[in-house]
Design a protein around this ligand. Structure first.
Ligand SMILES: Nc1ncnc2c1ncn2[C@@H]1O[C@H](COP(=O)(O)OP(=O)(O)O)[C@@H](O)[C@H]1O
Ligand SMILES: [Mg+2]
Length: 217
């Protein structure tokens, strides 16, 4: 059986990753692709527990190295339990975040050496690399204000998670990190503006995904 494709959706907080991951899953589902839509940190029972630790504001400050390792631990379980089996069964896997998030947030955001983060993640993923990564590009302030609006309309006061709570400069560095990743890996990482209507953005994302069909496997 042909092995499936692995697509990751990346970008700063509030860039529309979860929205676009869902729209892409709908698009591919209509084309009779067998889809697994998943997210990080999370995607398995263990990894969702680690997600709780990582994103709970009550966890408070964390050594950046501990943060990298917790994300990588969650990812190792996610790859072993969900992503690799799905790809082996010929499914298309769409993940809301993957290794590039660790480079952008713990590397550019926290200031850890990206080479070390790649190395830790090589262990976590066994060297699994996405076939396509879409970075949704948005200004840090705009992304954060979308989240504020979302939380205020879905129930009271905006509560930011432990990462979202970081200062605006942190989120600016994260965005720069993603743009650098796109420069370093131009064949894999494609930047799409996160501004505009979700449907219009989704058409750009699905256009990039369609190009995967034409690649040799
Ligand atoms: N293209 C868009 N334009 C305006 N708002 C958007 C767009 N895409 C998503 N949103 C809204 O912005 C907020 C954050 O989107 P979400 O998909 O949760 O982003 P992320 O997963 O990257 O944090 C949500 O309220 C969502 O409805
Ligand atoms: Mg999201």
């Amino acid at each position: 059986m042909a092995s499936g494709k692995f697509i990751t959706i990346e970008g700063p907080d509030g860039s529309g990753k979860s929205t676009q991951a869902r729209l892409l899953a709908e698009y591919l589902g209509k084309r009779n692709r067998s889809i697994v839509l998943t997210r990080e940190p999370g995607g398995t029972f263990l990894a969702e527990k680690i997600r709780g630790i990582l994103l709970d504001p009550d966890t408070g400050g964390m050594a950046p190295e501990a943060e990298v390792l917790l994300y990588a631990a969650a990812r190792a379980q996610h790859v072993a339990e969900i992503i690799r089996p799905a790809l082996a069964a010929g499914k298309w896997v769409i993940s809301d975040r993957f290794v590039d998030s660790s480079i952008a947030y713990q590397g550019y955001g926290r200031g850890l050496d990206p080479a070390m983060i790649w190395e830790v993640n090589r262990l976590a993923t066994g060297g699994l690399v996405p076939d396509l990564t879409v970075v949704l590009d948005i200004d840090a302030e705009e992304g954060l204000s979308r989240i504020t609006r979302q939380r205020e309309t879905t129930g009271g006061r905006a509560v930011f998670d432990r990462m979202e709570q970081e200062e605006t400069d942190f989120h600016r560095r994260v965005r720069e990190g993603y743009l650098d990743l796109a420069k370093q890996f131009p064949h894999r990482v494609k930047v799409v503006s996160a501004l505009g209507q979700p449907d219009a953005i989704s058409r750009q994302v699905s256009g990039l995904v369609e190009q995967l069909h034409h690649q040799k496997v």
